[in-house]
Design a protein around this ligand. Structure first.
Ligand SMILES: [Zn+2]
Length: 164
């Protein structure tokens, strides 16, 4: 496994389930397939906490689960496994979503003029400023024209950073 993919996996696990999530994923990577009760035992976590996190991971396709039947007791148990292929797909979708949102915001910034309250209460496009007679809707201070070149620059560099 490449270290980049592993980093993505760990970051995603932490984003989805915090430090406990990270521990669970690290443990699965170290040991391969594991039962959730084994994970709980090894990590000193409550079994219901471990299962809850594993289900969240499964919903996001970073782990898969298989059901087995214990020959002796007849009981079912589950084994969990990290699914690394899905990690990049998930993150790629997420990246694309953020990128789209930033592009939309950039288009909006580029096609509008903005006015803002000197006290920082609000920032509105020209059309809204006209409706409000160029007064802050919260504190009544006169709105001032704002050069949004800095916003546009910030958005562009963020978009570039994300490979857009
Ligand atoms: Zn104000």
């Amino acid at each position: 496994m490449s270290s980049r993919r592993m980093n993505l996996l760990y970051r995603l696990a932490e984003a989805l389930a915090g430090g406990e999530g990270l521990k669970i994923i690290e443990c699965l990577v170290r040991n391969g397939d594991m039962r959730d009760d084994e994970l709980a035992l090894e990590l000193g976590l409550k079994p219901n906490v471990v299962r809850k996190i594993l289900y969240r991971f499964a919903e996001n396709s970073i782990v898969t689960v298989q059901r087995f039947r214990d020959e002796k007791t007849g009981w079912f148990y589950f084994k969990w496994r990290v699914q690394l292929d899905q990690v990049e797909l998930y993150l790629e979708n997420q990246r694309q979503r953020i990128l789209n949102r930033l592009m939309e915001r950039l288009r909006y910034e580029e096609t509008h003029e903005f006015y803002s309250c000197p006290k920082g209460c609000e920032r509105v496009p020209f059309e809204r400023a006209v409706e409000q007679s160029f007064m802050c809707s919260r504190c009544g201070a006169p709105l001032q024209y704002e050069d949004n070149a800095y916003v546009i620059e910030a958005l562009k560099s963020k978009i570039k950073e994300l490979g857009g």
